[in-house]
Ligand binder design. Structure first.
Ligand code: NOJ
Length: 420
C-alpha cells in the first residue's frame, strides 16, 4: 500500500465555461455564435442549474478540495455592472462545499473573457488590466474566507492557442501580440497577488509538459531546452524575477511571488530542431507509449515525476498538481492513469519533493473547448441529452484512494507500473 501524508490534498478540478452552460456574455460564446469555432458549448453540463447535485457527487467522493473557476463575464456582464445574483450563486457553492468539509480553490481566469473586455482589446492592452483587477477586488471582497487562489489557468496555453495557433478567441496569429498578452497577464498577476495574498495562498495553474530531445544531436538538445524554457518556465521566471521573456522580447513586469506552484500535467513530448522559423525552429511530437488518449497524446506518468523533480529543483516551492487526467474510451485506462500518476507523485514525495496535492481533471465529462464534447475526461459520465450524471468505476476507485489516503495493494497490482 502506498500511503500519502495525512495532510496531502486530494481534489478534482473544473472550469466554469466547460461545465456551467449558457455563458452568453463570454468571448467564447461570441465566437461560437459567429460560427468561428467548431463546437457550441450550449448548456455544457448544465452545472449552473445542477450545482447542488454536483456538490453531492463531490461529497460522495469525499475530496479534500474542489478547484473551480468563476466566470468573469457572469459577474461582470458589462463593464461597470456587477451581477450580484451570479455572485451569490458562487457564494452558495462555496458554502455548500464547506458544509461537506470540502475546501474551495478558486481560479479567476480560465481562458474566457467578457465580450466587452474582448471588444476593448482584451489582454493585448496594458490599460485593460485595470478591469481584471476590479473583478479580482470584487471577488476578494466577496470571498475573504477562501484560502487557495489561482489567478490564471495556463497563461502560456492561452497565449499559444489564442494568439499563435489562432484556434481560440480572439483567433489571432501574431507573435508580437502574443508576447504582449503574456506580459500583461504577468503584470495582472502581480497586482492580483497583492490583493489575494492577504486572504490565502496565491498561484497560477501552470501547464507543464515533460520534454525530451528527439535525438542526441546538439541541435535537438538545444531545441528541447528552448521549448522547455518557453513553455514550462518562462512565465514563472517572469513573475519571480520581474523580467519576462517568453519567446523573443523581454518585458519588465512587477516582481511578484507564488505561494505554491499549481502544476497541470498531461503528457510528454519529443522536441526536434526544424529549419522553419515560423515554428520557432521547434518541432514537437507526443512521446508514444502503449496507452494513448483521445486527445492524441499518450499517458506518460513518469513524465510527471520528472517535471515535479525539475520544478522542485528550480524553485524549491511547494507544488500542488492542480490538474491531471485523461480522455479515454475505456474507463479502465483512466484508472490506470490515476494509479500510475499517483505512484510517481508518491515517488517524488519519498525523495523529499514537496508535492502536497493531486487534483484529477475532471469530476464530470465536459466541454473540451475546440475539441467539443466527445473528449470525456470525467470520473462521472454526463448524458448530454438528459444531463443525467453517472459515476464511472474510476469514481469509486478514486474514492477508495481518497478514503485510505493511499493506493491499496490490489489497485497497485492490477493497474500499477513497475517503477523501481
Ligand atoms: C487543461 C485546461 O485547463 C482544461 O481547461 C482542459 O479541459 C484540460 N487541460 C484537458 O485538456
Amino acid at each position: 500500500m502506498l500511503k500519502f501524508p495525512d495532510n496531502f490534498i486530494f481534489g478534482v478540478s473544473t472550469s466554469a465555461y466547460q461545465i456551467e452552460g449558457d455563458n452568453k456574455n463570454s468571448d467564447w460564446w461570441l465566437f461560437e455564435e459567429k460560427g468561428k469555432l467548431p463546437y457550441k458549448s450550449g448548456k455544457a453540463t448544465d452545472h449552473w442549474n445542477r450545482y447542488q447535485e454536483d456538490i453531492e457527487l463531490l461529497a460522495e467522493l469525499k475530496v479534500d478540495m474542489y478547484r473551480f473557476s468563476i466566470e468573469w463575464s457572469r459577474v461582470y456582464p458589462s463593464k461597470d455592472y456587477v451581477n450580484y445574483e451570479a455572485l451569490s450563486r458562487y457564494r452558495e457553492i462555496v458554502d455548500l462545499l464547506r458544509d461537506h468539509g470540502i475546501e474551495p480553490m478558486i481560479t479567476l481566469h480560465h481562458f474566457t473573457n467578457p465580450i466587452w473586455f474582448h471588444e476593448l482589446g482584451g489582454w493585448e492592452k496594458r490599460e485593460n488590466v485595470d478591469y481584471f483587477i476590479q473583478y479580482v477586488e470584487t471577488i476578494a471582497n466577496e470571498f475573504p474566507d477562501v484560502k487557495y487562489w489561482l489567478v490564471f489557468n495556463e497563461p502560456i496555453v492561452y497565449m499559444l492557442e489564442s494568439y499563435i495557433e489562432g484556434h481560440w478567441p480572439p483567433m489571432k496569429k501574431n507573435l508580437f501580440l502574443a508576447e504582449q498578452v503574456a506580459a500583461n497577464m504577468a503584470y495582472a498577476y502581480a497586482k492580483a497577488y497583492e490583493i489575494l495574498h492577504d486572504l490565502g495562498k496565491v498561484s497560477i495553474a501552470k501547464n507543464m509538459i515533460y520534454f525530451e530531445p528527439y535525438s542526441d544531436k546538439d541541435k535537438d538538445i538545444e531545441a528541447c531546452r528552448k521549448a522547455e524554457q518557453m513553455f514550462n518556465w518562462s512565465f514563472i521566471d517572469g513573475i519571480l524575477t520581474g523580467r519576462l521573456k517568453v519567446i523573443r522580447k523581454e518585458y519588465d513586469v512587477p516582481k511578484s511571488e507564488l505561494d505554491f506552484i499549481g502544476l497541470n500535467y498531461y503528457t510528454g513530448m519529443k522536441v526536434k530542431y526544424t529549419l522553419n522559423p515560423l515554428r520557432l525552429h521547434l518541432d514537437v511530437e507526443p512521446i508514444k507509449t502503449e496507452k494513448c488518449t483521445l486527445m492524441g497524446y499518450c499517458i506518460y506518468p513518469r513524465g510527471l515525476y520528472e517535471v515535479l523533480k525539475k520544478t522542485w529543483n528550480k524553485y524549491g516551492k511547494e507544488i500542488i498538481i492542480t490538474e491531471n487526467g485523461v480522455a479515454v474510451e475505456d474507463d479502465e485506462d483512466r484508472i490506470l492513469s490515476i494509479v500510475r500518476h499517483l505512484q510517481y507523485t508518491h515517488k517524488a514525495l519519498t525523495e523529499g519533493i514537496s508535492v502536497n496535492g493531486y487534483f484529477y481533471w475532471s469530476i464530470l465529462d465536459n466541454f473540451e473547448w475546440d475539441r467539443g464534447y466527445d473528449k470525456r475526461f470525467g470520473l462521472v459520465e454526463v448524458d448530454y441529452t438528459t444531463f443525467k450524471r453517472k459515476p464511472r468505476k474510476s469514481f469509486y476507485v478514486y474514492k477508495e484512494i481518497i478514503k485510505n489516503k493511499a493506493i491499496p495493494d490490489d489497485l497497485l497490482e492490477k493497474y500499477g507500473e513497475n517503477i523501481s
